[in-house]
Design a protein around this ligand. Structure first.
Ligand SMILES: [Zn+2]
Length: 457
């Protein structure tokens, strides 16, 4: 025979009382101490047949509180001694009210109902809402039938737990990452032309990203600031932040820059003209937009943020601080205020044919465990051909400012070879769709989703 009430139920109740979603920060002892005292008084009055409970004014209230106290203890004991507690209270109530069989039967049925709901609630949050409402209706029904108040109050109490609780054991799920759709986004990105921060094209691409994120169900906020470029030009900064499960305290960050470089200083021709930046801008955008489509936020035991950095690529060689103006502004004054994430991955030039990612030295210094998780995930999903073992850098890029400014360990996935060089089309007019591979986007997407799915609870 199965136990009447599962041990998980008491764990679940405790989890609730300790969870950050408990709006008044109530602990079990806030209920237990006063109700224990009143319950003791009530019990004494039953045994001695003294009659303080039948005072015309306090009669109902005291009896209600006493029964609520026993209800709380019933929950406290539910894991191990739940059945004994039920029987004891059933007999006690029966002795007092001469309804022993009815009460024991009612409580037994209730125990089964709670056990079923408890299991359901642990596995799925949506069911817990339904369970809460069911429980509340159950309680109200019993209350009207006046079978016993303990059932009504226990049900009500449990219903409150149900509706306010976030079950902790969620299994993260994602729709499959579709490299083809990410590839299409990179293509759309290049079709906007150059997207230099502060220009019209840049505004259009930002609006397009926001629209796409919203249609994926993200809560989108924008972090705005102003910055001065290397050429002493004042530009507005517009970092785009897509949040899934924005209320969740634990957060994971995926990021990429979405602006494109204002010059083609590595090219031999048209050096002063801006580039299309299919890889150096577009590939990261495509990855993040596809992550937004694949996420199933209700299954995640954490919040996920996708941040699109502005003004990453307006710098000039030799002055690292002239790059990454968007992430530098964010690190100084983040939004939401006090922003923090458990860890993050940045995607910069990630879509090139034949890319083999190596280990960037800042990332290795600040997030060695995450590097191991990503490389292990690549093996697990059969994407190890795009992950190598060469070390390079350190490269000053957005994640460095976020790690140093906000203490968020980040790994930068960026295409630099064992020779310490970026790909040949880097910062030239050849950074177009011709270099982009949907297979690389696919392999990288599969890898990162594997990491996200296996995030420890
Ligand atoms: Zn660049």
């Amino acid at each position: 025979m199965e136990p009447f009430v599962s041990p998980e139920l008491s764990v679940y109740v405790e989890d609730y009382l300790l969870s950050h979603r408990n709006p008044w920060n109530l602990k079990l002892h806030h209920f237990a101490v006063p109700t224990f005292l009143v319950s003791g008084l009530a019990l004494l009055s039953f045994i001695t047949l003294a009659d303080p409970l039948h005072h015309p004014v306090f009669k109902i209230d005291v009896a209600l509180i006493a029964e609520m106290g026993l209800g709380v203890f019933w929950f406290r004991l539910a894991g191990k001694f739940g059945l004994l507690a039920l029987l004891f209270y059933g007999f006690l109530s029966g002795w007092v009210r001469l309804l022993p069989l009815q009460i024991i039967l009612s409580l037994t049925v209730l125990a089964y109902v709670l056990q079923v709901i408890g299991h359901a609630a642990i596995e799925r949050r949506q069911v817990s809402r339904v369970g809460g409402i069911a429980c509340l209706s159950f309680g109200a029904l019993f209350h009207f039938l006046r079978s016993t108040k303990i059932i009504a109050l226990s049900c009500t109490f449990f219903a409150l737990l149900q509706t306010g609780c976030t079950p902790k054991k969620l299994q993260p799920e994602f729709s499959p990452f579709q490299g083809q759709r990410a590839y299409q986004d990179v293509e759309t990105y290049t079709q906007f032309g150059p997207k230099v921060s502060g220009t019209d094209n840049h505004k259009k691409v930002a609006d397009w990203i926001v629209t796409s994120l919203k249609s994926s169900g993200a809560t989108v906020i924008e972090h705005t600031a102003s910055a001065t470029t290397f050429t002493q030009k004042k530009i507005p900064i517009r970092n785009l932040i897509a949040q899934f499960n924005p209320d969740h305290k634990k957060r994971i960050l995926l990021s990429a820059h979405y602006d494109s470089r204002d010059i083609a200083d590595e090219d031999k021709k048209r050096k002063n003209e801006p580039i299309l930046a299919a890889n150096d801008g577009g590939s990261g955008v495509g990855m993040l937009l596809e992550f937004a489509r694949s996420v199933q936020p209700q299954t995640l035991p954490y919040g996920l943020d996708l941040i699109f950095w502005d003004a990453e690529d307006l710098g000039r060689p030799g002055d690292p601080y002239s790059y990454c103006l968007g992430s530098q502004a964010f690190a100084k004054n983040p939004k939401p205020a006090g922003y923090k994430a458990a860890w993050g991955i940045n995607f910069d030039m990630v879509g090139r044919k034949g890319t083999v990612f190596g280990i960037e030295k800042f990332s290795e210094a600040y997030a060695p465990d995450l590097i191991k998780r990503i490389w292990d995930a690549a093996k697990a999903v059969g994407a190890n051909s795009i992950f190598g073992s060469h070390r390079f850098g350190p490269v000053v890029d957005d994640p460095v400012f976020i790690t140093k400014g906000l203490g968020i360990p980040m790994v930068n996935l960026i295409a630099m070879g064992p020779d310490g060089k970026f790909p040949p089309e880097w910062h030239t007019h050849d950074d177009t769709m011709k270099v982009i591979s949907k297979d690389v986007l696919q392999a990288l997407g599969d890898t990162v989703l594997h990491v996200l799915k296996n995030e420890p609870n």
